[in-house]
Design a protein around this ligand. Structure first.
Ligand code: PLP
Length: 284
């Protein structure tokens, strides 16, 4: 596999990063994951906007223009012959030469890493036909979840808790209401209405979330942005999650209780279809 590191395209075995890189020592960095379908990037512009915001919130310089980011993504997709899969992008604050809590000055160049993962048939994921089961766990993450940092230890613990419980994911709960999934935004459906938590520093502002809510409104569905409880999810008609890699994924069980009929419902099935159709059309 060819990876990208600071301007070079290298075999993955030859890409080297310093042990003093602040990404490694302090999780001081941000990332994006962009899906590839039929060799094209899904919602690339959305990822560029969020990347710029994450960097700016951490007082890091954006090392590339959107056009340069696009060129790097395309080159890596081409070199690795990716048809369906994803591109992972990470910018860390780099290697200031020594460990220090204070940020280094502008003389320290960020470390830019991109790599690809091939996932043949990504959009035809059979899990979308059966849906995910989730459990709930307390949300004990930090207070700036709107920044897409590489600090992912608690989400990893959440995924492990789900695995041990024999389900697909965990939903985080704070002050009695759901914030989001380990790596996705969470929704419930009541009749024709889609309910999802409003944007704030408490959740990541999902690129897929923004697109799906736009498509829902265009399809004459109602959208209500407010928090919901686990009990409300269990009593809902349908539930689902969204993320750049899972797209729109039905959730059919929450903490051992079936949601609706316990299988993917009409609303989530339709939203997944619309999302994939529209995003394939707009892919670059
Ligand atoms: N929430 C969290 C915590 C995430 O990590 C992610 C994606 O990685 C999302 C939501 C979904 O965001 P997006 O749709 O931009 O992938």
């Amino acid at each position: 596999r060819t990876v990208y590191l600071n301007g070079d395209y290298l075999p993955e075995t030859e890409a080297r990063v310093s042990v003093f890189d602040r990404g490694f020592l302090m999780a001081d960095g941000v990332y994006e994951v962009t899906s590839v379908l039929d060799g094209k990037l899904i919602d690339f512009a959305g990822h560029c906007v969020r990347l710029a915001r994450s960097l700016s919130e951490l007082e890091m310089k954006n090392p590339h223009s959107d056009a340069e980011w696009l060129a790097i993504h395309r080159e890596l997709v081409a070199r690795n012959g990716i048809v369906d899969g994803m591109v992972y992008l990470q910018v860390t604050r780099g290697n200031p030469g020594d460990r220090d809590f204070a940020y280094p000055g502008p003389e320290t160049e960020p470390t830019v890493v991109l790599f690809t993962q091939s996932k043949p048939g990504l959009a035809e994921n059979p899990a979308a036909k059966t849906g995910w089961k989730v459990i709930s766990i307390p949300d004990i993450r930090w207070g700036r979840r709107d920044i897409k940092t590489v600090q992912l230890l608690y989400p990893s613990m959440g995924k492990m808790a789900a695995k041990k419980a024999g389900v697909d994911d965990s939903w985080f709960v704070e002050e009695g209401v759901v914030t989001e999934g380990t790596s996705n935004n969470a929704y419930i459906v009541k009749g024709n209405k889609i309910i999802t938590r409003q944007l704030s520093n408490d959740i990541l502002h999902g690129i897929t979330r923004a697109a799906v809510l736009r498509f829902a409104v265009e399809a004459q569905m109602e959208v209500e942005e407010r928090p919901f409880t686990i009990a409300e999810a269990q009593g809902a008609d349908e539930a689902f999650i969204t993320s750049a890699s899972a797209f729109v994924m039905p959730v059919v069980e929450v903490d051992g209780k079936a949601v609706g009929a316990g299988k993917p419902g009409a609303v989530v099935t339709r939203l997944r279809e619309i999302y994939l159709d529209e995003m394939r059309k707009a892919a670059v």
